[in-house]
Design a protein around this ligand. Sequence first.
Ligand SMILES: [Zn+2]
Length: 265
Amino acid sequence: MPEGDAVWRTARRLHQGLSGRTLVRTDFRVPALATADLSGGTITETVSRGKHLLTHIDARAVGGESWTLHTHLKMEGSWRIYAPGERWGKAGHTARVVLDTGEKVGVGFQLGIVELVLREHEDQVVGHLGPDLLGPDWDEHEAVRRLTSDPERPLGEALLDQRNLAGIGTIYRTELCFLTGYDPRSPVSVVADPLRMVRLAHTLLFQNRHLPQIATTGDKRRGRSLWIYGKRNERCPRCGTPIAYGELGEQARSAYWCPSCQPPR
Ligand SMILES: [Zn+2]
């Protein structure tokens, strides 16, 4: 699943490719939006909010409304921009949204969420999110307040909860816990300096925002870019102990930790 930095890059690409252009055709291939038609509207911007994408489409000049197209990549989703008539790189039946501006065509494939809300109601879809690690309004103190609001909650679950911080996925969760020396199963209350942890999360996502893949080690080479994520039973790069693996939380999301460097508390 793409994490906040990858979603940020997707928003940037969509914004650069489509903003300022008027739609000549739209196709929403989800049942709830089967009859929606925003042709004539102008795409004004695409922004990310945590792992959510918000594309603003203003159709007021043609007698419509100001809309927010809310999409989420979830596990397999992606957005691509094509020239008119260009062959799509993915199977057509997996397309969920087509935004055709005549000169550029934005296609969203396998999107986990596709919905249209009036711009003024945008908060209904993203208002629950905590401070956005890559947002212009990033607020580290509010992030700490939310992260520590349930002290008994396992740290790994709290870090992944987008209502606390928006943008962290399973890779950053694992690497953050390793870098700070905490077992992701330990309660949040064991973290001695939550502000440091939140700042580290921000630094990592910010440093990676332009990179094609996540690097937390400072080494961008394939296979060396992460400390322990995806390295079940491999040796800890610090102490040589085999890396442990487990599934955390109701959604049973992957977690890795070094039993020596991240002792249970
Ligand atoms: Zn270790």
